[in-house]
Write a protein of this length. Structure first.
Length: 565
DNA sequence: CACATTGGCGCC
DNA sequence: AGGGCGCCAATGTG
C-alpha cells in the first residue's frame, strides 16, 4: 500500500512536496509540484490508491475538493498525534514522552482566516510562517515525515497495535468525510424555512424588531405580570418582574416556569421557545449560513474529548427538530436518514461481553427487550435505568432502578462502575480502541486524593468526594460515549466506501453522533439504505469481531428531514 | 472598547 | 438527575 506525504516545500511558498514513503516511513521517491498543480497531481496519483499523509486534513483537503479532486484515504498527523499522545497503549513511546509541540496545537482550520491572538503561544501555532519564527535551538519536531515515523513507532510498540491502527484509520477517514460534507453541503430549502418561521413567529418586520407573534406574546406576558415596560430579554428584569408579581421562582428557567400556576406561565414559555428559534435559527441564521441551497457547517472531528465530533458555526449538531423540514432533497433525489437505535447501551453490551444485555438488544428496541426480559416494568424505566448506568445517576428514580439492572447485567454495569472508580482515583480510562481520557489537572488531582484521606476536616472531605464523584461520572461516560463514537466513525467510513460503488454519486451530507444522512439519486435510494445496513454490520465486526450484539438501525427514505422518525 | 463569563436551551 | 457539546444575549471585567 503506497504512502505519500504531502508537505510544504521548506523554502518555496508555491511549491508542495510529494514524498513517497515505505510502510515504516522510510523515504522513497520525491516530487516537487507547483501548489496550483496539486489537485491534478493528487488526482493522477489517486489511481494507485495511496494513503495520503498530511499535517491537517482541514488545511489540505478543502482546496483539493474545490478543484474537484477526491481522495479515498489519508493519515491525519495532527488528529492521530492527539490520540497517540494520550493513549495508555502508547504511554511509553517517544511520541508520548516528548514535550508538547506543534502537533498538539488545535487546527487553525480551513476556510476561516487564521486568527492569531497575541496571547497564543507561538510555539503552538501550526502555520508554516509562525513555525518558522520559533526558537532555532528548540528540537525541530515539525517535519511531517519525522512525525509519521514517531507515530509508526508508537503504534508498533503498543500493546494492541491492531486497535490503534483501526482507530487512526477511522479518525482520518472521518476528517475526510467532515471536509467532504462541508463541501457538498446539506440541502436546505430557504423558502420552506421562511414559511416555517413566518408561521411560528409571525411576519418579519422590515426594520428589525420582534416578529408579530413574538411581540403579541410579549404583550401578554407584560399584561399577566401587570408590568407594561418589562424587558423579557433580560433575565434579571424578568426574574425581578415575576417576583414583583408575587411569584416564587428561583430563576427564569423553563423548568421553574413550567411549575407555575399563573396566567403568565403559558405565554412566557411560548415566548421563550420562539425567541430561541428566532435567535438560533431565524432569518439571520439563514442569511449567514445558507448559500445556494446548502448549509455548510464546519465539522470538527474529535472536537469533543471523547472523540465525538463538534462543530463550529451555525450550530450544525444542534439543529432543532422544529426546523428540520427545511432540509429537503433536490428534485429527483431523496434523503436516506439512518440512526443507530440505542447505540450506547449496545456498545456497552459489546465491550463488556454482557450476553444478557446483548440478548435484550436482539429486540429492535433494546429498551423493550429489557422489559420483555422482566428486568423492569416499562420502557421508560428501562431507558432511565440504562441512561443512569451510563451517565452515573446517584439519586431519583433512575438510581432506584440500578440494583435491578446490576443483577440482570452484571458485566455491563461492572464495566461502567470500574470506569467510575478509576476516575474517582484520578486514573485515566480508555475506549475500546484505545482513546484515553485526560487526567485531572494538578488542583483537581489534589482534591481527588483528599477525598480518600483521613487527615482533612469532614467538610473538606465531603467537598472532595463530591469532586471525585463528578470526575468519576465523566470517566464512566467516557468509555461508552467514546466507544460509541468509534463505532459511528467505522460505520460512516464503511458506508462511504460502499457509496462509491453506487451509481449517481450518492453522498453523505450529515452526521450527528449516531445518525447519518445520505443525499441520494431517487433510483438508488434503496441501494443506499442497504449499504447503510451493511456498513453497520461491518462496523460491529471491525470493533467487536463475532460479538453477539446487534447494532439495530432505523432507516428512512424521505424527501425532507422532518419525515424521518 | 473588546473580550470573557454566565444563564438558558438546543442536540445526542 | 446524571455525561458530552455550541450558540445567543445579557452581563461582567480589564
Amino acid at each position: 500500500m503506497p504512502l505519500t506525504v504531502v508537505l510544504d516545500h521548506p523554502r518555496l511558498r508555491d511549491v508542495v512536496v510529494l514524498q513517497d514513503v515505505t510502510d515504516d516511513g522510510q523515504p522513497l521517491a520525491r516530487a516537487d509540484v507547483p501548489r496550483a498543480a496539486l489537485p491534478a497531481a493528487v488526482a493522477a496519483r489517486e489511481a494507485e490508491r495511496p494513503r495520503w499523509v498530511w499535517d491537517d486534513t482541514a488545511r489540505w483537503y478543502p482546496p483539493l475538493l474545490a478543484a474537484g479532486a477526491r481522495v479515498e484515504r489519508c493519515h491525519d498527523l495532527r488528529l492521530c498525534h492527539t490520540i497517540l499522545r494520550r493513549s495508555v497503549l502508547t504511554r511509553d513511546s517517544e511520541l508520548a514522552q516528548s514535550a508538547p509541540g506543534r502537533w498538539d496545537a488545535p487546527s487553525p482550520g480551513e476556510p476561516k482566516a487564521v486568527e492569531v491572538s497575541l496571547f497564543d503561544d507561538p510555539r503552538l501555532a501550526s502555520t508554516p510562517a509562525a513555525h518558522a519564527a520559533t526558537d532555532e535551538d528548540a528540537p525541530d519536531d515539525s517535519d511531517p515525515l519525522a512525525e509519521l515515523q514517531r507515530q509508526f513507532a508508537a503504534v508498533a510498540g503498543a500493546d494492541d497495535p491492531g486497535r490503534l491502527r483501526l482507530l487512526l484509520a477511522a479518525e482520518s477517514t472521518g476528517a475526510l468525510i467532515a471536509a467532504e460534507m462541508r463541501h457538498d453541503g446539506l440541502p436546505w430549502d430557504v423558502a420552506v424555512h421562511h414559511e416555517l418561521l413566518t408561521r411560528e413567529l409571525g411576519s418579519r418586520p422590515a426594520g428589525g424588531g420582534r416578529p408579530s407573534r413574538l411581540e403579541a406574546l410579549a404583550a401578554e406576558v407584560r399584561t399577566a405580570l401587570s408590568q407594561p415596560a418589562l424587558n423579557l430579554d433580560s433575565q434579571q428584569d424578568l426574574l425581578r418582574g415575576m417576583r414583583a408579581a408575587g411569584l416564587d421562582v428561583e430563576s427564569t428557567r423553563k423548568w421553574d416556569i413550567q411549575g407555575l400556576d399563573h396566567p403568565v406561565a403559558a405565554p412566557l414559555l411560548e415566548y421563550k421557545k420562539l425567541a430561541r428559534l428566532l435567535s438560533a435559527n431565524g432569518w439571520a441564521w439563514m442569511e449567514q449560513w445558507v448559500r445556494d441551497g446548502r448549509f455548510r457547517p464546519d465539522y470538527v472531528p474529535a472536537g469533543v474529548v471523547t472523540g465525538r465530533w463538534a462543530s463550529s458555526g451555525g450550530g450544525a449538531l444542534q439543529l432543532p427538530t422544529s426546523i428540520r423540514g427545511a432540509v429537503r432533497a433536490d428534485p429527483g433525489w431523496r434523503l436516506v436518514v439512518a440512526d443507530a437505535a440505542q447505540l450506547e447501551p449496545r456498545v456497552l453490551a459489546a465491550m463488556s461481553g454482557d450476553d444478557a444485555m446483548a440478548a435484550a438488544g436482539r429486540h429492535a428496541d433494546l429498551y423493550q427487550g429489557v422489559v420483555d426480559a422482566g428486568i423492569v416494568e416499562t420502557r421508560e424505566q428501562a431507558k432511565y435505568a440504562m441512561l443512569g448506568a451510563i451517565y452515573g445517576a446517584t439519586t431519583g428514580a433512575s438510581a432506584m432502578l440500578m440494583p435491578g439492572l446490576t443483577r440482570a447485567y452484571p458485566r455491563a454495569v461492572g464495566l461502567v462502575e470500574a470506569a467510575a472508580r478509576a476516575g474517582e482515583r484520578g486514573e485515566p480510562v480508555s475506549t475500546w480502541l484505545g482513546r484515553t481520557s485526560p487526567v485531572p489537572d494538578a488542583a483537581r488531582m489534589a482534591e481527588l486524593r483528599a477525598a480518600s484521606s483521613e487527615g482533612a476536616g469532614p467538610a473538606d472531605v465531603r467537598a472532595a468526594r463530591q469532586q471525585a464523584r463528578t470526575w468519576g461520572r465523566f470517566t464512566r461516560n467516557f468509555v461508552v460515549q467514546g466507544t460509541a463514537a468509534e463505532w459511528a466513525l467505522c460505520w460512516m467510513a464503511a458506508l462511504r466506501r460502499r457509496l462509491r460503488a453506487i451509481d449517481g454519486r450518492p453522498h453523505l451530507v450529515f452526521f450527528l453522533h449516531d445518525e447519518v444522512m445520505v443525499h441520494s439519486p431517487e433510483p438508488v435510494a434503496d441501494e443506499v439504505a442497504t449499504a447503510i445496513h451493511d456498513a453497520a454490520v461491518e462496523a460491529g465486526r471491525l470493533l467487536f469481531g463475532d460479538s453477539p450484539v446487534d447494532f439495530a438501525l432505523q432507516v428512512a427514505v424521505v424527501d425532507s428531514y422532518d419525515q424521518a422518525k
